[in-house]
Design a protein around this ligand. Sequence first.
Ligand code: FAD
Ligand code: NAI
Length: 466
Amino acid sequence: MSSYDVVIIGGGPGGYNAAIRAGQLGLKVACVEGRETLGGTCLNVGCMPSKALLHASELYEAAVGAEFKNLGIEVTPTLNLAQMMKQKDESVSALTKGIEFLFRKNKADWIKGWGRIAGPGKVVVTDSQGTETELLTKDIIIATGSEPMPLPGVEVDNKRILDSTGALSLPEVPKHLVVIGAGVIGLELGSVWRRLGSQVTVVEYLDRICPGTDLEAGKTLQRSLSKQGIAFKLSSKVTAATASETGVQLSVEPAAGGAVELIDADYVLVSIGRRPYTKGLGLESVGLETDKRGMLENKHHRTPVQGIWVIGDVTSGPMLAHKAEDEAIACLEQIVGKAGEVNYNLIPNVIYTRPELASVGKTEEQLKSEGRAYKAGKFPFTANSRAKINHETEGFVKVLADERTDEILGVHMVGPSVSEMIAEYCVAMEFSASAEDIALTCHPHPTRSEALRQAAMNVDGKAMQA
Ligand code: FAD
Ligand code: NAI
């Protein structure tokens, strides 16, 4: 039996960041993780492997298509899928080992095994041999993350019918990949396989892709992805799937009901969202209950039970690694009696397709429904010199600012490298900047970031380069 100040259940971005911060704050901390490696969904089967394949497949497509040729680079590339997967796995492994190093550096113990709450202040860990260890602690943080949402009638076997984990490790390039759900996973992994040679069809229940993103930005991204060859079947639902050794036959109907269409694919990716993961967590031992969606509610990261906290995908808010990280910091600061706060309005959102979509703050649709008077300043990448010389002119930057005060309320970008640029607006908005503040700030030339400034200038109709 060991005693701790804090025991964290789950070693993903929520859990591992909580463990590091606890160590920094001088607490005796243990993090319980059942996987073979730390890092959770994000490092093992999420953010990192998907970005590794997005990067590699983007370069492959540039080399194999007209892009390199037009730049005067003549090559005859061949795809070595096994090597592409190997370099992805090696990067992931280096990253997960990096977390082990950070644990040692910050004196956080990794307790290997599956944790179960066994009453107030008590966590029982079962390791892979079935041995149980009891941990006593002042505070428990639940950071058990999420798992893919199942779709009735479409049984994931990770042979022909895949979840995101299966789609990150396919042994061959599908001839026809059907993606169910035009959300972030569907578009990112659909893009990977299309670039590597698959025909990709995305079936989406709603009449738009990426619900929740600014509509104009979503439509712009859909146009670009369609041009690249992804076929979208919107307002449609998959009602059944029959898998064989060689492929899958899907029954697809209009969302509102109607004639069934049969679609053949050699692989299907089910990416219709994720749900909180609390299996075997022993919630009943302390009287904790999940809501209808399986989610543990929180008030400033506290559950209704004294001494039990919850962060990351398993609780409310966007299921994003940086949100889990922010909550980890705020939760630990609160445990030691400091002020910890997450600004949920300023959690950026990125879709790492090409072009990328990045946003922060309110969408136009949200501002309209709130009845808030706003001004919009837009600037297209076709008018940005760096984007032009790099032949990457798709997309735009849109800044939404309060009509009266000029405070920036939301920013939506579609274009090259916007994932790296959105943080400028996150900082500005944390400081309650006005669009004029950005418009008056010198930006380096020639960079894509000049489009951020020009869009801010255009909030008052004063963009100079378009
Ligand atoms: P998780 O990362 O899910 O970690 C929870 C951990 O808890 C897991 O390792 C699990 O094994 C462990 N666990 C669960 N129960 C127990 C138990 N009882 N005992 C011990 N251990 C337990 N987000 C982004 O911000 N950017 C991206 O680019 C991005 N890309 C993604 C791509 C894919 C394909 C997927 C699937 C997700 C992606 N996400 C991305 C989402 C991101 O991975 C999650 O938001 C993030 O991992 C949540 O962190 P977490 O710590 O809450 O949970
Ligand atoms: P998602 O919520 O992003 O998208 C799911 C899509 O499936 C939605 O468009 C929804 O309308 C649609 N859908 C739901 N049921 C359906 C059905 N029966 N038939 C057809 N379509 C249906 O979920 P996704 O893509 O699975 O990703 C899960 C989460 O993982 C994301 O919400 C995000 O939080 C996280 N993630 C983040 C990434 C990033 O930040 N770049 C990358 C990948 C995942």
